[in-house]
Design a protein around this ligand. Sequence first.
Ligand SMILES: Cc1cc2nc3c(=O)[nH]c(=O)nc-3n(C[C@H](O)[C@H](O)[C@H](O)COP(=O)(O)OP(=O)(O)OC[C@H]3O[C@@H](n4cnc5c(N)ncnc54)[C@H](O)[C@@H]3O)c2cc1C
Length: 579
Amino acid sequence: MPNYFLENPDLLTTFDRVVRWDEIVPLSEGKDADVADTVSTWREVLSVAGEYIGSEVAKRARLVDELGVIRDNGKVSLSVPLQENIKGLAELGLIGLSFPKEHGGSGLPFTVTAFVIEMLARACASTMIQNGIAYTAPAAMIFRDGTDEQKERYLPALGRGEISGAVAMTEPEAGSDVGNLSTTATQRDGCWFIDGRKQFISAGNGDFVIVLARSASGSKGLDGLSLFVADRVVDGRDNYKVERAEHKFTIRGSPTCSLVFEGTRAMPLGEIGQGWRGITRFMNESRIGVGIQGLGIAQAALVAAQEYAARRVQMDKPIREHPMIAEMLLEMETTVAGLRALIVEAAALQDAVMHGTDDSTAWRLRELTPLVKWYGSEEAVHTCRRALQIFGGYGVVTEYDVERHMRDALITPIYEGTSQIQSLMAVRDLMRSLLRKPQSLLSGGPSTTLARAKFDGDAGRDFATARSTLVWTLRGLTTGLARRGGVSLLRGGRQPSDEELQPFMLNAERITETLAHVHVARALGEQAKRVPERASLFARAARRAKLVAQSNAKEISAGDGGVFTRIAEYERDRTAARK
Ligand SMILES: Cc1cc2nc3c(=O)[nH]c(=O)nc-3n(C[C@H](O)[C@H](O)[C@H](O)COP(=O)(O)OP(=O)(O)OC[C@H]3O[C@@H](n4cnc5c(N)ncnc54)[C@H](O)[C@@H]3O)c2cc1C
């Protein structure tokens, strides 16, 4: 079994030659730290992690998938091999890597832990999500918003893997529409009690759960929400019920639980009324986490496909020498390297934001987050689909791992905000910049990062065409908006109505796809300036960005295809049914 760090050339190049460690090290270790020394220690940590994950975790992945979640007399638990993975990670100190040093962790920056997350997702997507959602995410939330007592109580035990938590936001009637949640938190005699039901809670069978609940009675939407910590067992009795774990075909080892709260005792986490703020920070971090999960799964599918295509002979040659297969492999390789380039950038921005930085860095992170989630998910699915195809009939056989990678990839466009929700977020922010600076449509467009990017040669020209096609598309949509709503909209006189924004909303995913591809090409182009061997990757990514931008531009300018007429019919039916 390979060392997932030392034997992955792209990952190694990223660590050794791409990441600006001179900017990252001072953030976590202080400005007097020896950069070379620190980086060499981190490299050693990743080598040890790569060895354990590439051998032990990868070896158990098929069994984790096969056994799924254990349900014994109504009790939900992890399978033994998944428990062994967590135990092994804890023993090596890998669970607490990102936890602060003063609470028993190693205090490593996200830029380093992102490598571990990717390797874990490559080996076993269920173990990766268990590690992320049961340990890292609750720890980060408690560290950020918890009291000293809460930090002392939960953080060291989480870091040692002795207890596990979960984060519960989703409800039966509140999925993408978080503001519709109805779980309440009520204060009586100085104590808080939770009542309601949470759905699809990863690792919900653990020792405690962080719950988003409505603490201001009568409040609506995203106002009046707060975060609480509830222990599973209080005074020897169940404090909330783990009603069931879903049977599912993806990340099968990860328990996805329904939780029932009836008079559940809970402690506030952070300020009452600030729940939306807290959960938004969690979601933004988790979205990058899911993008990394997609990267790990795509890397696994890529390696499997590369190896298979080299040894499978059809029509007298290895199938990788047939042009269509060779093209698929090349595209997969470009996608994986491009996604990694985007993630490394986002991780560095996240480290900067966590240590307090200027607004423009925070804005760049905000711009990249939905793109990392969207591209990481959709392209992971696409990459796995190609791997499956390369395996032919063997692809659907459970003896080979590609069918598991395909199934696992399919969760990524759904949780932590679906691909459609990511697209709406990306396009809303783009609109905001655009309405603030409509003149940007006459130059490089509303994204400052994209507008400033400049590259030489044919690849540079492809990149520039991709970007100008995107800007041209946005100009067309904005002209339509001004035609419907008047130019006062463009002067910032008022916010556009939902109806006026409909063409943007219809095309949100197309715009996001183009935006993501252009950013991927830009990120690889920046890398190629420092690592010349990356020039061919950049050239391929830039060409692809151009083709994607042109295809989406064509679809967008072809009109709505009758969608709005159909929506009007649906609305008429709904109104008629109500009468
Ligand atoms: C395996 C798994 C693990 C999960 N883990 C957790 C967890 O740990 N904690 C937690 O709180 N939640 C968790 N979730 C919940 C997950 O985040 C939600 O399933 C997700 O946000 C989507 O919500 P929904 O399933 O209710 O779908 P819906 O919101 O009902 O969406 C259905 C479809 O409609 C689309 N849609 C909705 N609104 C719009 C719109 N305005 N415009 C365009 N399209 C739209 C969606 O994109 C989707 O395609 C998990 C889910 C799964 C399946």
